[in-house]
Design a binder for this molecule. Structure first.
Ligand code: FES
Ligand code: FE
Length: 467
């Protein structure tokens, strides 16, 4: 379904946008507002608008029953075992004869993580290192217990398994609730960006070639992932935020290319964003950047500053459930940048940055790898995106306890996150429950823990920004 979104100038959302938490089968709870909220609001996120994305505000631990990247293929060699945590769920991965298996990484006996000390006696199972409970890799069933092979619990219980799809050098896992039926698992492409050139008519742009897609057979994906210390939603919203161009003005990739960025980009049309909920494809939003639907801001008279002509790299961003960014034509022509913001806890996420290019020959692959190593990773994935990582972490203290979602005062350039929040509230496949028995389930701010581990004491003066 194509839906034209109102611009930031029209704060009244369409009637059909009413949101009901379908999981709970009842209208969602609305937070009590303070008296200042009772006044007419000029915030873009007035009470009525907020009511349309209440489920999103509840999704601190992420959206479950979706596909997420778990590891790069190179991080899981033959017979290797690794443990990850996604949406508060511990997951153990093992590769056997090339095939990757994923199971819940919580032994049913006493709850330890099997991945903490991998123990595998054959190609079919993984055993818990503590008392030897042994689980079938394909079914998750408790097949035997190392030192108690006749116990009557054997064959009656097990751990949840997770479907795996490995493509373009990335191992994706469908992170599901225990009761989510395996026969209802959608294909990976439903949780990935739209494909080009198949979508070029629907989302035309004359300024750049069709973006490569990780499902293209000749696509090569090169990238990194690292842990960000903020909530995953704060990270997502930074990814496609058109108003934060300011933080990138001084970046090496900008200055070394002699790019001149505008002061900002402002929506000037009701159809600046198109949302779509495809029956047989992804759910997402397309931002019509570098078209007449968005206006670059070149001057601020009040501050007496201006930009003399804009000369930058043209790009376009689109965003998809469960939290996938596509940047077309970035950081160079014929390359697409993918980003995932994979919830680990409610205050940490795994930040995936992957550059994708179609390479027809082994020589092109080598050229892309060389360019990636010498220029693109240091200048785009690190230099440029380091600023974004810092900005997200800077928001965490405000959003960390949940009150920021009520207290923020959004403006018309924030039409993008608001559109995303409504879409995500309508179309997610489930809201993850808070993690139990895993990192982050017992509260302590990871930012403060990092300060402590680095020997940085609590301080009176604010720490200066460096990037
Ligand atoms: Fe795993 Fe006891 S905790 S076998
Ligand atoms: Fe940015």
């Amino acid at each position: 379904m194509d839906e034209q979104q109102p611009s930031g100038h029209e704060v009244s959302p369409p009637e059909e946008d009413k949101v009901v938490d379908v999981r709970a089968k009842k209208p969602v709870r609305r937070r009590t507002k303070d008296s200042s909220d009772a006044k007419p609001s000029v915030r873009l996120n007035d009470q009525k608008t907020q009511s349309q994305y209440e489920p999103y505000k509840e999704a601190a631990w992420g959206f479950i029953n979706h596909w997420y990247p778990a590891v790069f293929s190179s991080e899981l060699q033959e017979d290797q075992v690794e443990g990850v945590q996604i949406c508060g769920i511990p997951i153990v991965l093992r590769r056997v004869d090339g095939q990757v298996y994923a199971l819940k990484d919580r032994c049913v006996h006493r709850g330890v993580r099997m991945s903490a000390k991998p123990m595998c006696f054959n190609k079919e199972t993984i055993s818990c290192w503590y008392h030897g409970f042994t689980f079938n890799l394909k079914t998750g069933n408790l097949d035997t217990i190392v030192g108690n092979p006749d116990d009557k619990l054997i064959g009656t219980t097990g751990v949840t398994t997770y479907p795996v799809h490995e493509v373009c050098g990335i191992v994706f896992v469908f992170v599901r609730e225990d009761e989510f039926p395996l026969e209802d698992v959608p294909p990976l492409r439903h949780d990935l960006p739209v494909m080009f050139p198949e979508s070029s008519e629907r989302f035309p742009h004359p300024l750049w070639p069709a973006a490569p897609h990780i499902l293209h057979e000749d696509a090569i994906g090169l990238g990194i992932h690292r842990t960000g210390e903020s909530n995953w939603r704060v990270a997502c919203e930074n990814g496609f935020d058109n108003a934060h161009i300011l933080i990138h003005q001084d970046n090496m990739i900008v200055q070394s290319n002699n790019w001149v960025l505008p002061l900002g980009i402002r929506p000037v049309s009701n159809d600046c964003i198109t949302t779509f909920e495809d029956d047989d494809g992804p759910t997402g939003l397309m931002q019509w950047l570098f078209s007449d639907r968005w206006e670059p801001i070149l001057e601020n008279k009040k501050l007496g500053i201006s930009v003399n002509g804009v000369n930058g790299r043209m790009y376009r961003t689109s965003f998809y459930l469960p939290g996938v960014l596509l940047v077309e034509n970035w950081p160079e022509e014929y390359i697409a940048q993918y980003e995932w913001y994979v919830p680990i806890t409610d205050d940490t996420y795994e930040y995936w940055e992957v550059l994708v290019k179609r390479c027809a020959t082994p020589e092109e692959v080598e050229q892309f790898k060389y360019r990636y190593r010498t220029v693109l990773e240091p200048m785009a994935l690190n230099g440029f995106n380091d600023c974004d990582l810092y900005a997200r972490e800077s928001m965490q203290d405000f959003y960390g306890d949940g009150s920021g979602w009520d207290d923020e005062q959004l403006v018309d350039t924030d039409v993008s996150p608001i559109t995303w929040r409504k879409l995500a509230s309508r179309c997610n496949r489930g809201i993850a429950k808070p993690g139990v028995g895993v990192n982050g389930s017992v509260k302590a701010s990871s930012l403060r823990l990092r300060d402590v581990s680095e020997g940085v004491p609590s301080r009176y003066f604010v720490r200066k920004v460096e990037f």
